[in-house]
Design a protein around this ligand. Structure first.
Ligand code: 5GP
Length: 199
């Protein structure tokens, strides 16, 4: 059935990282890739506009609505989700090619996408939820984002609170109390899991 084809992961692994918006996923993942450059980042497709400093093909592949819709129709996404009115999707081909080459692939996706990956993936995948040390920090961090206006920061905060409720579905929870420490903990989880088969 279209869209239900299972992805058999291996020999590389999938590392799925979720967490509420504003928790610092980008910063922690940047540190993770600095200490372990062999990890491969799954560059998602999105319909949202690039933020300052974001490069097409590195942060995301930026596409228009029409292109995204065609990709959905052609079943080119491992998962996709609508978040704050924009679409985000993980390329099935990019992920499959990388794991077949034996690379460990990191997916930075929201809780809806992670749920979909859980359903579709057979093989070696680990699900990590990044948590703020104090949930009230989220509001402050979201407000600090220069590109967000007040009301969209509030929406993101409300979404973040509901996303926190999903944390129990993950294999591991990591608190982002310190960027280097959190990245190290994620690396330990990845290293510990090597050779473990789940799903
Ligand atoms: P942002 O617009 O701030 O970069 O990302 C917003 C949210 O979209 C974040 O929670 C991020 O993890 C999520 N996201 C980014 N790429 C994907 C994707 O390919 N699939 C899904 N489901 N979520 C994604």
């Amino acid at each position: 059935m279209p869209g239900d084809e299972r992805l058999v992961v291996g020999p590389g692994r999938l590392i799925v990282v979720s967490g509420p918006s504003g928790v610092g996923k980008d910063t922690v993942l940047r540190e993770l890739f600095r200490v372990e450059p062999r990890l491969r980042y799954s560059v998602s497709y999105t319909t949202r506009a690039p933020r300052p400093g974001e490069r097409d093909g590195a942060s995301y592949s930026f596409v228009d609505e029409d292109t995204f819709r065609q990709m959905v129709e052609r079943d080119e996404f491992l998962e996709w989700a609508e978040i704050y009115g924009q679409r985000y999707g993980t390329s099935l081909q990019r992920v499959r090619d990388a794991v077949e080459r034996g690379e460990d692939v990191v997916l930075k996706i929201d809780v809806q996408g992670a749920a979909r990956v859980r359903e579709r993936v057979a093989g070696d995948a680990v699900f990590i939820f990044l948590l703020p040390p104090h949930p009230e920090d989220l509001r402050r961090r979201l407000k600090q984002r220069a590109t967000e206006d007040e009301s969209s920061a509030e929406i993101r905060y409300a979404t973040a609170v509901s996303e926190l409720a999903e944390q129990e579905k993950y294999d591991h929870k990591v608190v982002n109390d310190d960027v280097e420490r959190a990245a190290r903990e994620i690396l330990q989880i990845i290293d510990r899991g090597r050779g473990r088969i789940s799903g």
